[in-house]
Design a protein around this ligand. Sequence first.
Ligand code: NAD
Length: 294
Amino acid sequence: MAKIAFIGLGNMGGPMAANLVKAGHDVIVFDVADALADALVEQGASKAATAAEAVAGVEFVVSMLPSGEIVKNLYIHQDKLLDVIDPATVVIDSSTIASEDAVEVHKTAKSRGIAMIDAPVSGGVGAAKSGKLAFICGGDEAAVDKARPILEVMGKAAFRAGPAGAGQIAKICNNMLLAVHMIGTAEALNMGAAAGLDPKALTEIMAASSGRNWSLDTYNPFPGVMEGVPASNDYQGGFLVKLMNKDLGLAADAAGKLGAATPMGDLARQLYDKHGDAGFADRDFSSILKMFAD
Ligand code: NAD
């Protein structure tokens, strides 16, 4: 069993750390919100007073934080964890951040002889709780392989997208495409319903035709078509619009820097920004259907 520091115990990090504890690992937790660390202690983790204390003598460091700024402050600028982490440690940053921020942390880690991977996740809080996340990794193959046994406790799959920062790029490519097909699915279902079609029947037809996609056949945005999805629970829970907005912003920044044309991604971003501003920031992203239905 490994000794693991876990930093950032929010909606995602809390259940991810809990799964490591359940699997029998020795987990030392830290969060600036102390009560979140206490909740993990109740589940069998131990608590550190500072991030630097958490990483002392561990084999792995996992972080799950809100932004690139916070990740860089933790590892490089303020807490300077990369100055105190033992070179034998593998650092796994699972936060969704800009690829260039991830690369900056990678470079600093490398200069200290520390192996690091960016490993953002696909899957929301439910997948974090059930240990069914998909990790999308960037970094050296050897580092990804070393991290794999730990990732496999928290997830059902761990992919290597490429070198440092590639995990972040692959993740935002996926989420940009997700936004586009969710919007397309919502507007098609809404138009069919406006013409008097039963959205359930229309879903069945399109799911067996060339319009088939994940937003249609697994996460349907039309209320009542599917059980157990946010659309059938007033769009509560799920993947929040504000998080989709964050990911579409990262995608737009990356596209700008790469000179890649993403007209559909840009339009999806505009629509989701408008939708968030209309009071849906804390609803599931499939609620975009309401923009057309209302
Ligand atoms: P969250 O805001 O619930 O949790 C972040 C945690 O980090 C908070 O508990 C906060 O107190 C802590 N934190 C902030 N600064 C810190 C510091 N300097 N040191 C220690 N702890 C600090 O966010 P979340 O929903 O858990 O998301 C975390 C990351 O995962 C984000 O990058 C997000 O984009 C990504 N993500 C989220 C989801 C989701 O559905 N929530 C899905 C996929 C990816």
